[in-house]
Write a protein that binds this ligand. Structure first.
Ligand SMILES: Nc1ncnc2c1ncn2[C@@H]1O[C@H](COP(=O)(O)OP(=O)(O)OP(=O)(O)O)[C@@H](O)[C@H]1O
Ligand SMILES: [Mg+2]
Length: 271
C-alpha cells in the first residue's frame, strides 16, 4: 500500500455541502492505481439526482477515470461506486448491460461510428437495445436531431461534420433511450468560445425539458458558471470541496478559489 502524505490534502476539506436531494451517484472511498500512478486516492463524492453536476479539476486528475467507473468500464481497486442504488463492481455482466440502458454517455470526441451516417449513428442504440420498429425509431431520431440543430444532416457522414456538430450528434445519440443519467466527458473541448456557450445553452435546455441526472466533466470555468447546479472539485485523487455551484464560487478555500478564478498564484502549480 502506497504511503499517503496528509499534507498533500491540506486544502481537501472533503466538504460535501448538501444539495437537498438524494445522490444518484456515489463514490465511496475509491482507490484506483495504474502501475505506480495512484489516480483515485480515497475518493468520496456524491452527485445529486435530477441536477446538472460538474466535476472540475486540472488535467490528468482522473475525471475521465471517474466516468469509466460510473459506467463500469473500470473497477475500483478498493471502495465502491453506487449508481441508482446499484454497486457497480458487484453487478453481473447481464445486470450491468441492463443498467447501461439508463445511461447516456458522451465521450470526449463524440465517438460516432465512422462508417455510419448521422441518422444511423443516432438510431444505433435504439436498434441495439429496443424492439422498436423503424417508424418509431425515425420519429425519435428526427426529434433528437432537430433538438440539437442537426435536423437537415441525416445523410452526412461523421467525417463531413465539424467538431461542434459531432458533439451535438453525440449528444443526440446519448438521449435516444431517454436516459436517467447523462454523462458528458468534456463537451466543450476543442470548441471555440461561442460554440462552447451554445453547447452549454443546449445542455441546459435539454435538461430542463427532459430532466435526469447530468454529470458534466470539464476544466472550463465559464462552462461551469453557465450550466452547473452542483460542483465537485477533484484534485490529487480526492474531492477538495463539493456543493451547490453558487456556494463553491463563493468558497473561501484557497485551492477552490484559485481554480475557479483561473489565477496563477495559489496552491496549484505546474505539477
Ligand atoms: N487505462 C489506463 N491505463 C493506465 N493509466 C491510465 C488509464 N486511464 C487513465 N490513466 C491515467 O490516469 C490519470 C488520469 O487520467 P484521466 O484521463 O482520468 O484524466 P482527466 O482528469 O480526464 O484529464 P483531462 O482533463 O486531460 O482529460 C492519468 O495519469 C492517466 O495517464
Ligand atoms: Mg479526461
Amino acid at each position: 500500500m502506497a504511503v499517503v502524505k496528509e499534507e498533500e490534502f491540506e486544502f481537501h476539506t472533503g466538504q460535501n455541502r448538501p444539495a437537498g436531494v438524494p445522490d444518484a451517484i456515489q463514490f465511496i472511498d475509491v482507490h484506483k492505481t495504474f502501475g505506480s500512478n495512484q489516480v483515485l486516492r480515497g475518493l468520496s463524492m456524491g452527485l445529486p439526482e435530477g441536477k446538472v453536476s460538474m466535476i472540475l479539476g486540472p488535467s490528468g486528475t482522473g475525471k475521465s477515470v471517474c466516468i469509466k467507473h460510473i459506467v463500469g468500464l473500470m473497477y475500483p481497486d478498493s471502495g465502491d461506486v453506487v449508481v441508482a442504488g446499484h454497486s457497480i463492481p458487484s453487478l453481473s455482466d447481464d445486470d450491468l448491460f441492463e443498467l447501461r440502458k439508463k445511461f447516456g454517455v458522451l465521450f470526449q470526441d463524440g465517438a460516432l461510428f465512422g462508417s455510419l451516417n448521422l441518422y444511423d449513428n443516432v438510431a444505433f442504440p435504439l436498434r441495439q437495445h429496443t424492439e422498436k420498429g423503424e417508424d418509431e425509431i425515425a420519429e425519435i431520431v428526427n426529434r433528437r436531431l432537430s433538438e440539437v440543430g442537426l435536423g437537415n444532416a441525416n445523410e452526412k457522414m461523421p467525417n463531413e461534420l465539424s467538431g461542434g456538430m459531432r458533439k451535438r450528434a453525440g449528444f443526440a445519440r446519448s438521449l435516444v433511450l431517454d436516459p436517467e443519467i447523462v454523462l458528458f466527458d468534456e463537451p466543450d473541448s476543442g470548441l471555440d468560445p461561442v460554440r462552447t456557450a451554445l453547447l452549454c445553452e443546449l445542455i441546459k435546455e435539454v435538461h430542463a425539458e427532459n430532466g435526469g441526472t447530468y454529470v458534466v466533466i470539464t476544466h472550463d470555468i465559464m462552462s461551469a458558471r453557465r450550466v452547473a447546479e452542483y460542483i465537485a472539485v477533484l484534485w490529487r485523487g480526492r474531492i477538495v470541496e463539493a456543493g451547490p455551484s453558487q456556494e463553491l464560487f463563493e468558497s473561501e478555500n484557497e485551492f477552490v478559489r484559485q481554480f475557479l478564478a483561473g489565477e496563477s498564484s495559489g496552491p496549484l502549480g505546474m505539477e
